[in-house]
Design a protein around this ligand. Sequence first.
Ligand code: ARG
Length: 576
Amino acid sequence: MADPQEVLSRRVQSALGAAFGADFAETDPVIRPSQFADYQANAALALAKRLGRKPRDVASDIVAQLDIDDVCREVEISGPGFVNLTLREEWLADRAQDLLTDPRFGVPTQSPQNIPIDYSAPNVAKEMHVGHLRTTVVGDALARILEFLGHNVIRQNHIGDWGTPFGMLIEHLLDVGEHSEDAELVKTDPNAFYQAAKAKFDASAEFAERARARVVALQGGEPETLRLWRELVDLSKVYFNRIYTKLDVTLTDDDLAGESGYNDMLGAICDELERKGVAQMSEGALCVFLEGFTGREGKPVPLIIRKSDGGYGYGTTDLATVKYRVEQLKADRLVYVIGAPQSLHLQMVWGAARAADWLPDDVTPYHVQIGNVLGSDGKILRTRSGQPIRLMSLLDEAIERASTVVAETRPDLDDDSRAAIAREVGIGAVKYADLSVSHDAEYTFDFDRMLALNGNTGPYLQYAAARIRSIFRRGGLSPEEATGPVTLGEPAERQLALALLGFGPTVRTVGDTLEPHRLCGYLFDLAQTFTTFYENCPVLRAEGATRESRLALTAVTLRVLVRGLELLGVHAPERM
Ligand code: ARG
């Protein structure tokens, strides 16, 4: 067990049981990092009320029962009844030493849950916008982290591959010719294709008429129309996959779970909702009205399940996702990584699913709300002409700009090596910028800031890792050859060891809260703690056991940085 907070918790809990009886052995001992010691146990304050005694007396009863000598070198009551706990250097050193080889990095495997995670979800024959970029990046990091924690993660890329726009898209495809250059645009510049279709739809009544008839044929399952529809989906998949490859995210064709896949369920969904009295007809549409969902003037807001024209909507499909993921995928937790503005939609979908008994109480749904990405004008990032930014160009520009950074840091390398590094740095910078701010906060897309070599950025952490590797190169050994033993003398060494042990608890917290920015914050702090260590404690110039220990601490830091970045989906280049 490498997490000091966890170890201290257990020990204090045993003491609580011994001092106040078995009823208290499960009480949260409230262990917090403290500026007066390494940690502080605050349990006495809450317990004093429960026991009707003075907090300080409760604290001394706890301390009297505390069996902790092997872990702490100092236990002291302070203030109104805090218990200050200072860890033993030997204990800390041993834990840090374990991290040199522990494949789990001190992170215990959790009891596995099935977790379908809905992320990315771009739309067919449309450009992915920066919002899609962010759900893709955040969702992918969460998928990696939950998997590392031992869960069975089931990626669900709920692409928009069904609906009325397909009428005009198919007609346009026929007009330009299926294998024409214009059709190929879906693979390279989907918005150009979409805009051309839309322009015709708006300008020509004849085209609009064809498009509408095509929608009817599509919904009726007419084979030739379905074939053309599939053609568009397949072309789009090529585009999505190019983006995913460039971004180095883990999504593959196996993860596609688009809207169209639920078509067969929708009729039965409506019937069951009606039969169960969850949905009712209102102005010709089948709707679910849920308590607490009211708009202006207290008017109830409906979740429309079947429109008056008989068509199903986005809400119906999402109800199907809940039912499918719970019943077929045996979900223990449902995760939706979707734009913050869709919060009301999801609340209503889940409410309806609960009312229909499709979402059991013990399955918790989470909306990981994705905040907007803004341009320098404070509005949602778009091109100057108001078009959505082409994601591919944005990523290419990041790589292009990163190559300028790399040209500065590594003028000695050849062009190919520099280009490879620039790809990792450029993509890492974009991804890290998406991840390092709280997922529901808006942020301003700013190349200069995300590519900066200082501050909480991807390149800063990649650079920190590369610098550590260069320490080993200069020392003439590989990081794997640093085996310790770790001993802790200087305060900066102790600080670094403590920081390293924070990795496990941080990853666990991210798994619980689904907030990857906490891992970014941790890695940034760790890199800074390492810098302080490196400034105060010479590594290569040290001698004997001190040198061995410092090399080991340096190697553990590298391991943790690289693994942490990897969990975020950011690759740390060997040299930079
Ligand atoms: N395709 C939708 C969009 O681009 C996002 C879908 C999100 N996932 C879901 N299950 N509703 O806005």
